[in-house]
Design a protein around this ligand. Structure first.
Ligand code: AMP
Length: 192
């Protein structure tokens, strides 16, 4: 069984580590940011509703994101195991996901939190903005995304700590080192 979440501020390496972990464990990597960007580029109704929030570095309204995720996990093509990346980002989303998981027998096994100091986050994001041209990787929007993380998402650390599934990982250093730290932290929490 592998049902894990990645909880980390923008720039901490969620996307990179998420892809690796999902591949290693043979589970789908569900990144809400990627799913939303796809909706935006396809001009769907959800994409049109999400775009403005994303451009400003704010959060897309809970209800839209919750329906998108529960559809991806339990809709027409339900998945047993998964790595969620970038969701939940608010207490409201976490509570909905928790309820949903209990009802559908898909309780999360582990929440991986990547710890990276703020100046390192800003440095990485500015660099990514230059390399990949992501429209929300400009300095102003980056600062806003970090503030939004502190306000809305950081409180989830306590939520998952209380449920005994939080794994705190030092997210600095090489990509390989971080992956190894995650794997060794995960093994006691994930039953194969
Ligand atoms: P990310 O690729 O994870 O950095 O997400 C990019 C943007 O998508 C965020 O800045 C939000 O605007 C939006 N987003 C992604 N996941 C969520 C979520 N769980 N709740 C609300 N907004 C989200």
């Amino acid at each position: 069984m592998f049902r894990a979440l990645l909880l980390a501020p923008p720039g901490a390496g969620k996307g990179t580590q998420g892809e690796r972990l999902a591949e290693r464990h043979g589970v789908p990597h569900l990144a809400t940011g990627d799913l939303l960007r796809e909706h935006v580029s396809q001009g769907t109704e959800l994409g049109r509703a999400a775009k403005e929030h994303m451009d400003q570095g704010g959060l897309v309204p809970d209800q839209l994101v919750i329906s998108m995720v529960t559809e991806a996990l339990g809709g027409r093509d339900p998945v047993e195991n998964f790595l969620l990346d970038g969701f939940p980002r608010t207490l409201n989303q976490a509570e909905s996901a928790y309820e949903w998981g209990r009802n559908k027998n898909r309780v999360f096994d582990a929440v991986i939190m990547l710890d990276v100091p703020e100046d390192e986050l800003v440095r990485r994001l500015v660099e990514r903005g230059r390399e990949k041209g992501r429209s929300d990787d400009t300095e102003d929007v980056i600062r806003n995304r970090l503030r939004v993380y502190e306000e809305n998402t950081a409180p989830l650390v306590e939520f998952y700590e209380q449920r005994d599934i939080l794994l705190r990982i030092d997210g600095t250093g090489s990509v390989d080192d971080v992956t190894e730290r995650i794997e060794s932290g995960l093994s006691p929490l994930i039953a194969d």
